[in-house]
Design a protein. Sequence first.
Lengths: 172, 577
Amino acid sequence: MTSDMHTLSVLVQNRPGVLTRCAGLFARRGFNIESLAVGPTEETSRSRITIRVDCSQHSVDQVTKQLYKLVDVLKVSELGTTAVELELLMIKVTSSPERRPEIISLAEVFESRVVDVGPEAVSFACVGPPDRLHALEELLRPYGIRELVRTGRIALDRDGELGQRRRIRVVA
Amino acid sequence: MTGAEAIIRCLEAEGVTDVFGLPGGAILPLYDAWAEHEHTIRHFLVRHEQGAGHMAQGYARATGKVGVAIATSGPGATNLVTPIADAYLDSTPIVCITGQVPTHLIGTDAFQEADIQGITMPIVKHSWLVKDVTELPQVFREAFHVARSGRPGPVLIDVPKDVQLASFDFTYPRQTDMPGYRPSRHGHPKQIITAAEAMIAAERPVFYVGGGAVTSGVDPAELIRIAETLQMPVVTTLMAKGVFPDSHPLCLGLPGMHGSKAANWAMHRADLLVACGSRFDDRVTGKLSTFAPGAKVIHIDVDPAEIDKNRAAQVPIVGSIELVIPKLADAVASRQNGGPPRAAEWLETVHGWQREFPFRYHRGGKLKPEFVIERLRDLTAGEDVIWTTGVGQHQMWAAQYLEIDHPRRWITSGGAGTMGFGVPAAIGAKVACPDAIVINIDGDGCFQMTMQELATARMYGIAAIHVVINNGWLGMVRQWQELFHSERFSETNLTVDLPDYVKLAEAFGVAAFRCETVEEVDDAIRGALACGGPAVIDARVDREEKVYPMVPAGGSANDIIDVEWAEDDNQWVEEGV
């Protein structure tokens, strides 16, 4: 069984405990969650949980079926490679006043925004695909990263034929 | 109406007639309403909440109805954790109602506060914490629906004390509102035809029937119709015993760790397994990679998550077994079209194994546990008997030697292996089926875990018979120590006399009998059957008897350890009686 990354998009009813139930299920069945993001959707009664896991396809199918058994889970989709995936990163980098322009111009290449400037550090926010955020992080690392926080990715399938959404179902 | 009274009305609306529970501070308003208002529900006061949970399970499994257990907050609720876990693994529909500290105290580590919803989250089908009294009726409606539909299971309703005391206008909803919960029912017609064709084409098919067949309420006649049309041998797992008659010539009985050689070898050499409400549990398969290596798999289950979980299925059918099996029987019958079944030769082979390697034991010397179980079986033959068990050696001997021909007449803790299950499960079953004989075959270790429920049995005159197969050991653990741990009997010796089970039963006002020799067995059983109330039999058996055959954990059908058997031993068996 090969091991690789999968992104699951889980539409749930917005009820108390639903996140615990979903996250607990991953833990109980022995899956490592790489990232998890949860938030409201177009309908206030529903939330969407985007979960990134590192496991085999067989395990994804298993955990999907287990997720469907949760009463508050409405729909589980595995997002394909063509899905639009974005993440927000905030990073605080050590910066003396002399080096500030250099660091800021570097960060601007990645369409980052300066969110705070202090005497010894400057902070950026950057939205983008996870690999771009990773590149930015690596580029800033030599200057000294003081703090870094990422939201975990959220994702949307593309419209039309490009979409590769896999709705996992068993023949009923 | 108060929330407390509303709970009673909800239970009435769901057709509940019996509940098991024990009051405490946070559930007091419910018990107050219980006494204050007229209603039609009987309450059985237990001596430990675990007993209430297992009684609800015994009740549910004997009838197919939803069992109900009630406990207070904190330790009352945590005492229900074991029955909830047991019900989850054995797919038993129970509703557990727990009191909770008042809403304004939740999260403050208040007296007798426990986050029971959080604690039980991995072992319930669903659970609710009711913070608003107006939600109570909808929650109860949904809770009973979830517990009994699809793959049944335990649900929990946690009700804070102030919610029980709050007032509102009660109406019971007619519908549930659960867009995320729609169990599949009918099974895909095309898949059913594909399955039927594979079954007819198979040369060495085995019908692998599990507990899901029992919980679905499938008509056994339909299972028999399929098996007879194809002359297909049938194994029934520990959870399925009785759903296909043990006395039927096609039935090979129990597969797995302590199953018969015929059942295990048949599965091992099969070219097709028709799994029906079974889940390829490790106690059945042993080492998965060597289990039934040449078999295609048809897997029928109401729970899609069981398909491909442990073993890949070539023909998956997701649906309720009681609906799928009749359609499958029709499809098989119409395609077979009266022709001779292909599997006839296979059946000859399997029956050969069955004749050559029946369950057997040496009868000389001390009283053998198997003998006690055989006498229980024979002295109640033809009667409507419900059997319950604890977990361990006695459970396996009971599974091997009892002959049960009807579903819901064998109630045992399968998945969880919960010691102490037998006594309360028998009480629950007897409450549900007062006209049946209820016999709990228990071990001495198990019995000591829940024996305080004899008080419940005595108080309400619940006439189940509890047979303690007393070898003075934690016998199954001892067996593993003897076979796999160089006979280091570490912390397993309970001793035969502690307690004195006869005096103990008498202290509870329960009739008691003892047998230590072959000659005393029948009198003890007859005495217990005739006494008309709850009874205990202390059957002091050979302390060193072991359960055979045995597939060691992680082994396969080729690794079976069997009792040593010389040719003339068979002769001896005949004389021993």
